[in-house]
Design a protein around this ligand. Structure first.
Ligand SMILES: [Zn+2]
Length: 442
């Protein structure tokens, strides 16, 4: 690939030591950032790409999603979580075949790219198909095969399937696929399964990607069955002693917060999903006061309806301000950390991505500043630029995405995926599955 230089961009590095270049340039060698400095064409190397009028940020990181989920976009809105899961999601998933998961995961990659995401953490089964879609898209993917104590549509033995996936990918250091393990939740995995997950995670030193305390019902059932909160129960069986990435984290008491601190649980905040399913509001301020690593994510399309990370970010910020009755809470720069450097920390990958710095991977998202919603904008004023990203921009403003030094999206055109073919394949899969659950007859 050699050298290339992005010149005349406005750069938000998310590195607190040198956060901003009004007119900056990034020199990239192969997959890695070599230097960041003020623009000087005499110092540029390789292909020179003028990005004047664009804001360059570290590629966005989405720490919790389910990429098969576009198959179920819009089929079961306006329901409680358990009705939604038991009446619609799990029955529909039962008819999903590997090809459907692949088609849907590719559509997710298309949409994630268009929203500026360069790295995502997925949890689902058919992990090989999901990984294949990720590889073709060029995105960086932390893929956790879902583990349930019951059979999945893929296999009668999800735990063995997860183990095979991990062993297949753990030593492939050149790929952008990073295997994790995904015990779905304490209500879908029994104690024996969770203990086996713990052992596999420790053996391979991988992330355990799980949902914790998403609903009040989950907590009530946990107290009934184990006489412990979900978090305390997970501690008792030794699972918190792994690298835990937890989605939702809503109904946490003071003891749970202590345990999060003690075991350095990584937090994924999913505001739109939580609002849509009326699950509750994650106690951001309390988690922040514990100095935990917090990120922000989209969850699946079933509980979000769209992958637009900046829309989730704005919603997530506003929810917390309202919740704490404090407009000074979670300012725009702190918010951007939730989808960049802090999200990288949640994936134990901040040595490689999450900020624009020499020696890190060239994962870069560019925001076009020419649409009406981004005007007026004075690119020499750092606070105004940060505000524009956090509050004014959406997926529609993302113009370019680079992963590992390679443009996968350039001037709003996909360079790896064929948008129309990917959409058509997912449309076909969706129709067949929904006909099988008699969706069109009711
Ligand atoms: Zn989820």
């Amino acid at each position: 690939m050699g050298y290339k230089t992005l010149i005349h961009g406005t750069i938000i590095t998310m590195n607190d030591d040198s956060p901003f270049y009004h007119d900056g340039m990034i020199i990239i060698k192969d997959s890695t950032i070599e230097s960041i400095q003020s623009s000087d064409v005499s110092k540029a190397k390789g292909d020179i790409i003028n990005v004047n009028g664009k804001i360059l940020l570290p590629g966005f990181i989405n720490t919790h999603t389910h990429t098969h989920s576009p198959l179920f976009r819009g089929i079961a809105d306006d329901l409680y979580l358990m009705d939604w899961l038991k009446k619609y999601m799990w029955p529909a998933e039962a008819f999903m075949k590997e090809q459907d998961a692949y088609n849907a995961a590719k559509l997710s990659c298309l949409e994630l790219t268009e929203s500026g995401v360069t790295t995502y953490a997925d949890q689902f089964y058919y992990s090989e198909a999901v990984a294949q879609a990720a590889k073709e898209s060029g995105l960086r993917a932390f893929i956790a095969p879902s583990v349930f104590s019951r059979p999945s549509p893929e296999t009668d033995d999800p735990l063995s399937a997860a183990q095979a996936f991990i062993e297949n990918h753990i030593n492939d250091k050149d790929s952008l696929i990073y295997p994790c393990i995904g015990p779905h939740a304490i209500y879908s995995c029994n104690t024996e399964t969770l203990k086996k997950v713990r052992d596999i995670a420790k053996e391979h030193d991988i992330i355990v990607h799980i949902h914790i305390s998403e609903t009040m019902v989950e907590n009530q059932d946990s107290f009934k069955e184990h006489d412990l909160s979900p978090t305390a129960y997970l501690e008792k069986i030794g699972l918190l002693d792994c690298k835990v990435l937890s989605a939702h984290n809503i109904h946490l008491d003071d003891h749970d917060l202590e345990l999060y601190k003690k075991y350095d649980v990584k937090v994924s905040y999913n505001p739109i999903s939580n609002l849509k399913l009326v699950s509750g509001i994650m106690p951001y301020k309390k988690l922040k006061n514990k100095d935990l690593d917090i990120s922000l994510a989209m969850d699946g399309v079933q509980s979000n309806n769209a992958f637009d990370l900046l829309a989730d970010l704005k919603t997530g910020i506003l929810m917390q301000k309202m919740h704490e009755n404090d407009p000074t809470l979670l300012n725009a720069y702190e918010a951007l950390k939730l989808i960049t450097i802090n999200a990288a920390k949640c994936l134990y990958f901040d040595h490689e991505v999450g900020s624009l710095e020499p020696h890190k991977k060239a994962d870069i998202t560019m925001i076009d500043t020419h649409r009406a919603n981004m005007t007026p904008l004075h690119l020499d004023k750092f606070e105004m630029v940060v505000s524009a990203i956090a509050y004014s921009a959406s997926s529609a403003d993302v113009s370019d995405v680079m992963v590992n030094g390679e443009f996968i999206y350039r001037n709003r055109q996909h360079l790896r995926l064929n948008r129309e073919n990917v959409k058509m394949a997912c449309q076909t899969s969706s129709r067949r599955i929904l006909e099988q659950i008699d969706y069109f007859k009711t």
